[in-house]
Design a protein around this ligand. Structure first.
Ligand code: SF4
Length: 230
């Protein structure tokens, strides 16, 4: 497994854990608001080998208590399951970030109890999914399957949406709320631009808009909140 990025310590990426964040390259989506696009389009080379990563992690046993695995999209990596098992054998809790398009991998992770926390993106309401993820066509059946799996699992999880002014409006959050009905945790994350974002014309929703979206979705889920408001 090539490693495309490593944050050696974070208190933010994995709730209630002192964690390292491991970035894996490649993704099957092309979100125009992506903050890690250099990992998605292959323009950024790996920064270390798997051996380098494990020699780092071995030195952090007892100092860190978790590892967040993100990307890109980790679930497109053939060796993800083996990689996770190896990290768990060192005693770290695992948080997995995913775009939800690989229910067969998620199913294995849940069935074999390989993660302690899953954060799954909900990019938009179903009819706007393709345009929001930068593809011409997209069938949301895999997203549906992943949503159902998490809703019926006992794992700690969250769904989350990066909210972009040009992509999201009130009606989307009504549909998302119904889609995720009964979810334990749902977070709205305010998009912020940066120079690596592929579409520089995109902008952040206002605080009022974020609050309105939160109010629309809140009645449908157990807990909803806004993250990353500037
Ligand atoms: S799914 Fe995530 S990593 Fe992939 S393009 Fe979208 S924002 Fe970027």
């Amino acid at each position: 497994m090539d490693i495309h990025g490593l944050q050696k310590m974070t208190l933010l990426d994995y709730p209630e854990h002192v964690a390292a964040t491991v970035f894996l390259g490649g993704c099957d989506f092309r979100c125009p608001f992506c903050h890690n696009y250099e990992l998605v389009d292959g323009s950024f080379s790996p920064i270390m080998t798997e051996d380098d990563l494990f020699s780092f992690l071995q030195k952090r046993v007892g100092i860190l208590d978790g590892v967040a695995i993100t990307g890109g999209e980790p679930c497109i990596r053939q060796d993800l399951i083996t990689f996770i098992k190896k990290i768990r054998s060192l005693g770290f809790a695992i948080k997995l970030d995913t775009n939800g398009n690989h229910p067969e991998v998620l199913d294995r992770i849940l069935t074999e109890d390989l993660a302690d926390y899953v954060a799954m993106d909900i990019k938009n309401s179903p009819s706007k999914y393709a345009s929001t993820i930068g593809l011409d066509h997209f069938d949301t059946k895999n997203i549906d399957k992943s949503v159902s799996m998490l809703l019926s699992s006992s794992i700690d999880y969250e769904f989350r949406t990066t909210v972009v002014k040009q992509f999201h409006e009130d009606s989307d959050f009504l549909q998302i709320g119904k889609w995720l009905s009964g979810a334990k945790n749902y977070y709205l994350q305010q998009f912020t631009s940066r120079n690596t974002v592929p579409d520089s014309t995109l902008s952040s929703p206002s605080a009022d808009e974020m609050g309105r979206f939160l109010n629309i979705v809140s009645p449908h889920v157990e807990h909803a909140a806004i993250r990353g408001m500037s």
